[in-house]
Design a protein around this ligand. Structure first.
Ligand code: B3K
Ligand code: ZN
Length: 896
């Protein structure tokens, strides 16, 4: 039984440290099991802070020596705890020298200095630096770093750290060293070191001001042919930040390193970004269009952090969204611009909408569900037990939505002026979200006090819309009412500032000019209304007939819009809404309605019937050739299972799965001719290129194959088999394979086997293979449950519990991406979940915690499922030596 509980850290407890660090000189003598780290710290008393000792954090360190100003510290001046050292020092300056020994080989948590495939790598955000040496490990301590790395030349020919290479040389015993100097002040979470056997792709570019910079992409031998796209993405990111925000690369050298074992996507260490190999490596035979797209956006995201995160950083970890929300917004804008440019003038709007839809889909699936459970928190949390649990969809994705609303409210120019002012005030500082919003407010002369509630209130706001048509005077009164449901620890919410983009559609399907009561000028067809009170009304005048409202265009705020629309009206908007995002949303709402009704029938044991008007509306979209294929692929993809489960009261995964199986099969069968002709007409000829127009066509063809296989349409299955065998790129090959597996057709097994044989040496491609099987649907109730296959796959030689990508693919693919199977009514999935979370936690708490979160919303499920889940949550909670990471998740899940 566990006894300790991780303490709760509160935002309100922030106080500056009595002592800060100005310079750091690190020396690493690398050794697999006994790396010796010598750290010299120039410490300075902080005149703004209350008096106190020097405070240092440490974890898993063996301390060999510690001196203060070159001497052993006087008796009684040093207090040593397991994770904290306090040193009393006279005067205002002091130099500490600390020697520690660490064991990178034993570091399975992948936080601090660890090993991966013979090399050494670091990950310090959020609190990994304390696992390397004693240090005041918090972001408001900003210092200049010099780093000397010394290691074995044969196994680690490449020695990298942040900044500029200032010296390198040979040492006795086959060793060598390199010294790096970072000219910029930085918090220790941005420190990085890499020592490995790598090869490099290099490129020299000029910045806007004409400075030459060296861009390097370091990968394992044999992977150089997969680096071009990431390098292109980096160059595009540089240009975009110069053009859009006037922000230039500030270093002479910028490096990206790919590593196979990594807890998350990538890390923005100053001048030395370390990436999960998944977000670097791509060639047509191994990476899909989606991989190409993700690589472009993650490269951009980390690059953009150089300004939003590194040059201006966070004062404390509660401010995380200051850098993450803003940087996600920036990478979303970048991707939208890249897609729009590639699409050309005619396709630009649709390309942007497709990107926006992608982002909305992620928000709805991941963030809305977070808001609906025990982990609900504002984008700036008030407390945490383990900060690594707060790299969440709320901090990132909802945080980006909050920045987007500021962008909408201030306009592009106003936003840019605010950003300029923010950098002019805070470059080189560690600041808060208030500092950011104040700069925007000051630059625009706008009061943003009420807007700040987005930073402190958790939960997804509901906006209820009602319309009142007055035929007598040709006016339409729109009433918007907002309400945010209670979340843990936050019962009452205040009204937020919600920008609602509105259009009115006439009976012929075209947008009407908007004329607000009492206004001289009108005429725009979309307007942004600001909802700031609990309820507000707007009266539109000069209308000839009752309009159809199109609300929250472009998804102008991260809210749930409640609007009573009958099926006919949804079908009308599916066909006519000029706002592509809303057109997609109308299709999603209609599909949700149909699926939830089917699920209710399934739960009650009634026969399932798909309503004909839905199929007709769906078919019209399918064959509307004026619509860009990428958009059609979005509109014809059903809402995600995670999102639908949130909309179900209570959540019944088995019933929902039955509904999905029935609906996809029906749509595949009934529309088989349309799907087939579309698959033929849109096949992309010629050599693969990553281009949004081609990608859109491939996406729609793959979707067609999916519906055809779901409907067991013979010709469609045959086409998928052919493509899975002979496609010339991974998007087509994997799309076809996925169709076969999701359709659960007999040919799937052979195709999976062939795919495995072809890519057995390719870890990243096999991740797809694992995930696909973990997420498989069982269309035949007599077929073996997917859990059995997952267990089998864990024994596959290509699987490894110590590689996060593998865990996310196979276990994540089952726990998170396959609710219909994971929530098996016999509870077998839950017992397996507890077993795996406990096993993972012993080695890597961050990965375990991510898996643990698959059950946090357990109270939303049927009582029968809840009764099976609770004992497994308790089993994990009571496990010996549970980490604070998993402890916080299951603790919150079980709290009353
Ligand atoms: N800042 C890192 C995330 C670090 C996660 C630490 N558990 C990647 C990013 O957001 O760019
Ligand atoms: Zn980030």
């Amino acid at each position: 039984m566990r006894t300790e509980q991780a303490p709760i850290i509160h935002r309100s407890d922030y106080a500056p440290l009595a002592w800060t660090v100005t310079r750091v000189d690190l020396h690493f003598a690398l050794d697999p099991q006994a790396t010796v780290v010598t750290s010299r710290l120039a410490c300075r008393r902080n005149p703004e802070a209350a008096a106190g000792p020097i405070l240092l954090d440490g974890e898993e360190l063996e301390t060999l020596s510690l001196t203060v100003n070159g001497l052993d510290p006087a008796a009684g001046t040093v207090r040593r705890g397991e994770t904290r050292i306090e040193i009393d020092v006279e005067g205002d300056e002091a130099e500490l020298e600390i020697v520690t020994r660490i064991n990178p080989q034993a570091n399975t948590a992948l936080s601090g200095l660890y090993r991966s495939r013979g090399g050494y790598f670091t990950q310090c955000e959020a609190e990994g630096f304390r696992r390397i040496t004693w240090y005041p490990d918090r972001p408001d301590v900003m210092a200049r770093f010099t780093v000397t790395v010394e290691g074995d030349k044969a196994t680690c020919p490449v020695l990298l750290s942040n900044g500029n290479l200032v010296e390198e040389g040979e040492l006795p015993d086959g060793r060598h060293y390199a010294r790096w100097e970072d000219p910029f002040l930085k918090p220790c979470y941005l420190f990085a070191l890499v020592a490995a056997d790598l090869v490099v792709l290099e490129r020299r570019e000029l910045t806007a001001s004409g400075r030459e910079v060296l861009l390097q992409l370091w990968v394992e031998k044999g992977n150089l042919d997969r680096t071009e796209h990431a390098m292109e993405s980096l160059v595009h990111s540089m240009r975009w930040d110069e053009d859009s925000f006037g922000l230039e690369l500030d270093l002479d050298r910028f490096m990206i390193v790919a590593v196979s074992d990594f807890n998350m996507g990538a890390m923005e260490n100053k001048g030395l970004n370390i990436f999960n190999a998944k977000y670097v490596l791509a060639k047509p035979d191994t990476a899909t269009d989606t991989d190409y797209e993700h690589i472009e956006s993650v490269v951009a995201h980390e690059y953009f952090h150089n300004w939003t995160g590194n040059r201006v950083t966070c004062r404390d970890w509660f401010q995380l969204t200051l850098k993450e929300g803003l940087t996600v917004f920036r990478d979303q804008q970048f991707s939208a611009d890249m897609l729009a440019n590639a699409a050309g003038a005619e396709g630009a709007d649709s390309a942007r909408a497709v990107k926006r839809i992608d982002d909305v889909r992620v928000l709805r699936a991941a963030q809305f569900s977070e808001d609906a459970g025990p982990m609900a928190h504002p984008i700036r949390p008030e407390s945490y037990q383990e900060i690594n649990n707060f790299y969440t969809a709320t901090v990132y994705e909802k945080g980006a939505e909050v920045i987007r609303m500021l962008h909408t409210l201030l306009g592009p120019e106003g936003f840019r002026n605010g950003m300029d002012l923010y950098f002019s005030y805070h470059d080189g500082q560690a600041v808060t979200c208030d500092d950011f919003v104040e700069a925007l407010s000051e630059a625009n002369g706008v009061d943003l006090d009420q807007f700040m509630r987005w930073y402190s209130q958790a939960g997804t706001p509901r906006v209820r819309a009602t319309g009142d048509w007055n035929a007598a005077d040709g006016s339409y009164t729109l009433t918007l009412a907002q309400h945010t449901p209670p979340t843990p620890g936050q019962a009452d919410k205040l009204p937020l500032v919600i920008p609602v983009a509105v259009g009115l559609i006439g009976a012929d399907g075209t947008d009407l000019p908007l004329q607000l009561d009492g206004e001289q000028h009108g005429g725009a067809t979309t307007r942004v209304l600001q909802l700031t009170e609990a309820t507000q009304q707007w009266r539109f005048t000069g209308l000839a007939a009752e309009p159809v409202p199109s609300l929250l265009r472009g998804f102008s705020a991260p809210v749930i819009l409640e609007l009573d629309e009958d099926d006919a009206r949804l079908a009308f908007r599916m066909a006519h809404d000029s706002d592509a995002c809303n057109r997609w949303d109308a299709a999603q709402r209609y599909a949700e309605r149909v699926l939830l009704a089917l699920a209710a029938d399934a739960a009650a044991g009634r026969a399932l019937n798909v309503p004909a008007p839905f199929v007709e509306a769906f078919a019209r979209l399918l064959s509307d050739e004026r619509l860009d294929p990428a958009f059609r692929a979005q509109a014809l993809t059903l809402p995600s299972e995670a999102y639908l489960l949130e909309r179900m009261e209570p959540a019944d995964p088995a019933a929902l799965r039955a509904a999905q199986i029935h609906l996809t099969a029906a749509l595949g069968k009934v529309l088989s001719d349309d799907w087939q002709s579309l698959a033929e007409a849109l096949a992309v000829p010629g050599e693969y290129r990553y281009h949004p127009a081609d990608a859109g066509r491939r996406a729609l063809v793959n979707l067609a194959l999916r519906y055809l296989a779901a409907g067991q349409v013979e010709e469609g299955v045959a086409l998928a088999v052919r493509r899975s065998e002979s496609a010339t790129n991974m998007t087509d090959r994997f799309g076809a394979l996925a169709a076969l597996v999701h359709g659960a057709v007999p040919a799937a097994q052979a195709a999976l086997g062939a795919f495995y044989r072809r890519y057995r040496e390719d870890a990243l491609v096999l991740d797809k293979w694992f995930a696909l099987q973990a997420g498989a649907w069982r269309r035949d109730p007599a077929a073996a449950p997917v859990l059995g296959r997952v267990r089998e796959l864990m024994a596959d030689p290509a699987f490894s519990l110590s590689n996060p990508n593998k865990v996310y693919a196979l276990l994540g693919g089952f726990f998170r991406a396959n609710p219909g199977e994971f929530h098996a009514v016999d509870g077998s999935g839950y017992a397996f979940w507890a077993e795996q979370v406990i096993a993972l936690d012993a080695a890597n708490p961050q990965v375990a915690s991510r898996m643990a979160r698959a059950l946090e919303n357990w109270r939303r499920f049927t009582p029968a499922l809840q009764a099976l889940i609770r004992p497994q949550l308790e089993r994990v909670r009571d496990a010996d030596g549970l980490s604070p990471d998993v402890g916080e998740i299951v603790g919150k899940a079980l709290a009353d």
